[in-house]
Design a protein around this ligand. Structure first.
Ligand SMILES: Nc1ncnc2c1ncn2[C@@H]1O[C@H](COP(=O)(O)OP(=O)(O)OP(=O)(O)O)[C@@H](O)[C@H]1O
Ligand SMILES: [Mg+2]
Length: 295
């Protein structure tokens, strides 16, 4: 069951519909935290899409070191083969690009990349070139990514390529939609909706826990939510950022943190703003609350 997101679906259709006028090259960045529903939204959107040919790939966290692993899905779709066989035939990125363009011909295409934060450098290079010089018939690009994770090169390529750029941020689900999702999973406890804060992944974890534990359900599921939050933070932050985040949450100033870690206050400042951006938290106090929730 898919709930809510009518506004986001509408917006995706409007900005990617080739008939809607404006620039023919469009790039959409779909940004959202872990488990907020980026993949679910893409799936729903693509199921109804009847526009240009779709090329889809999902970059894989564990594949960030495999050259072209991030666009494996697209290569398989176009060439019926993975990067290893392909690289035997096509050596340079430029050649690969030519081959991709040839396969696509002059028809419009919609290139969709899920989990773009895990794109490997080779895949990023290929996409960069495509974004900078799309086909004359018009291409759309849709990148789903976690906050702060979008490769900067692709953002710059979109700017340089004169694309119409759109950013869609996936907020937590509205309480009504979250409640509907929870009850579709057989749970009717509104406290869980509040606890999950509109994150559908957390809602699912909470519902699963609820089914497993009958005693003190809310307290018991809180543990599972804490685990999910902790994993989210671990995934988002580098070990250094995590240390700095903890020191910030304990109330230390940038100057003190810099002294303790033998860094310049400016470096600490940069880390802190990156941490705030990645976690989507607005203030140092907010970070303390977030880490506190994550245990
Ligand atoms: N609008 C929705 N309606 C119903 N279920 C949803 C919705 N959005 C997400 N879900 C469910 O919540 C879970 C997490 O969603 P999803 O995998 O799409 O998150 P994500 O943003 O892609 O996370 P990640 O950053 O880990 O890739 C999935 O089980 C998904 O089916
Ligand atoms: Mg996903």
């Amino acid at each position: 069951m898919f709930v809510g997101r009518a506004r986001e679906l509408e917006r995706l259709r409007a900005v990617l519909d080739p008939m809607s006028g404006g620039a023919v090259h469009r790039v959409v960045f779909l940004e959202g935290a872990v488990g907020i529903g980026k993949t679910a939204l893409l799936t729903e959107f693509l199921a109804e899409w009847d526009g240009a040919r779709v090329l889809f790939a999902r970059a894989d966290e564990h594949g960030t070191t495999t050259p072209l692993g991030g666009i494996l899905g697209i290569l398989e779709q176009l060439f019926g083969t993975g990067p290893t066989a392909l690289l035997e035939r096509v050596r340079a990125p430029r050649e690969l690009l030519r081959a991709i363009r040839e396969r696509l011909g002059a028809q419009p295409a919609l290139v969709v990349i899920d989990d773009a934060q895990w794109l490997d450098p080779a895949a990023t290079t290929v996409l960069e070139e495509l974004v900078m010089a799309p086909s004359p018939t018009g291409w759309g690009f849709l990148f789903a990514h976690q906050p702060g994770g979008m490769p900067g090169r692709l953002v710059r390529a979109a700017r340089r390529g004169g694309c119409a750029m759109h950013r869609i941020v996936l907020d937590p689900l509205e309480p009504g939609a979250a409640g509907a999702l929870l009850s579709s999973q057989g749970v009717l406890d509104l406290r869980l909706v509040e606890l999950a804060g509109g994150n559908p992944l957390f809602l699912r974890l909470l519902a699963e826990h609820h089914h497993r534990t009958t005693a003190r359900p809310v307290e018991a599921v809180r543990t599972s939510l804490d685990g999910a939050l902790r994993r989210e933070l671990e995934q988002l932050l580098t070990p250094r950022e995590r240390t700095i985040a903890e020191l910030v949450a304990e109330g230390h100033s940038n100057r003190d943190i810099a002294a303790a870690l033998h860094l310049s206050p400016r470096t600490v400042e940069t880390h802190v703003s990156r941490i705030l951006r990645k976690t989507g938290v607005r203030s140092r106090a907010g970070l303390a609350r977030r880490l506190d929730a994550a245990g």
